[in-house]
Design a protein around this ligand. Sequence first.
Ligand SMILES: [Zn+2]
Ligand SMILES: [Zn+2]
Length: 452
Amino acid sequence: MNKSADKKTGLVFFPAFDWAISPTHPEREERLLYTRDQIFEEGIMDLPQIEEFTPILATPHDIERVHFCVPRVEDQTTEAHLIAAGAAILLADKVVSGSVKNGFALVRPPGHHAMRVVHGNRGFCNINNEAIMVDYLRHKHAIKRVAIIDTDVHHGDGTQDIFWHDPDVLFISFHQDGRTLYPGTGYANELGGPKAFARTINIPLPPGTTDESLLYVVDNLILPVLKDFNPEFVVNSAGQDNHYSDPLGSMRITAQGYARLTEKLQPDLAVLEGGYAIESALPYVNLAIILALADLDYSGVMEPDYWHGRFKESPERMSHVQRMVEHLMNCWEKRDSTLPGQKRLKGRFFEREKRIFYDTDYIDERQVEKLRLCDECPGYLIIETAANYGRGLSGKALCISVPFGACNNCLDESADFYERAKKKGDIRYVYLQNKSADTFLVFDALSKKEHR
Ligand SMILES: [Zn+2]
Ligand SMILES: [Zn+2]
């Protein structure tokens, strides 16, 4: 997006007072209340460079453009979810229309663990705020290429799942190594589907990683890849649980480290994800990010228990990170000449099986996902999902997703597949999500009713 020095940084605060997993859960409203106090104390809201906005609600249709909520959007979301996603949409609209230069949606509940199919809450997330905003921009403003940089300590597995096959959305996530932290994924060999190879890039970092190695990754991998990809819009999934005081993560990133990261990435929009050290980290990290976005001096933002040189990078960690960066840069350079794994090819389809655990709701989901390999477009997806909700309950659905820019053949084939699945009637819910036409159909085999 065009950046003009005289434009403001837009902020939305939404602490979601009435939404919590449980009263003592780390994902709770105080996460944002301390930040809000700090920002008021520092007089940030009075600065001419800052403008605050009131959030709007995302519509169920905005959510259906991305997700298959089983059975319907209303069953998986509360008003707080619609506001968190709506805040991201509102700020993205302001950036694209040029009324602010960039924005930060300080909202909860978070979203980056929410995958394309939603049976419940996983990793504190039901719907993916960033993905909903990105597909809104692609529909509303015909933006084609978007980059999402996920800087949360946890792997952004939901965002990865949603854009896995999408050649026009670059997803880069650095996070604490999945062998040591939820959700246990995000390895360097997870590089995206056959039509979008290396448009997913994961950088698992060893526990204890400091600002030095992190900024090495930014300078030597993320920025060169972004330059090549040349996105029209850059999103930062801004999780702050890489902070050295975070109770869930084991990293050593500082508020200054986060500010420099933000300054280097220059995101059009940052959307808050995790961060659970509500007093010792979040107010400082959030303030530093806001100042960096607004091109203001952030050098004075420092945690009370931090001193210069407190964390030193170990040579072993640094050389490990350097080798990984070199390997991933190599994958990126070969992105258009790497062929899909032959054993997953089933005729004209590319197939993968997934098993997904919803840690918050204790749901066990199994999926078979088939991508129609097409030479004319990114190809449509057919997902068969079966979830075990416990207590003898289960949910089955067939989800068909037609991408932006689908060719006529894929449009016809996917519509035909949907009609045949309806007639067959052996799966309770059948969905047809068509991003090209911006339509969403759901057929309930029990009532024989179809809804738009
Ligand atoms: Zn997190
Ligand atoms: Zn096609």
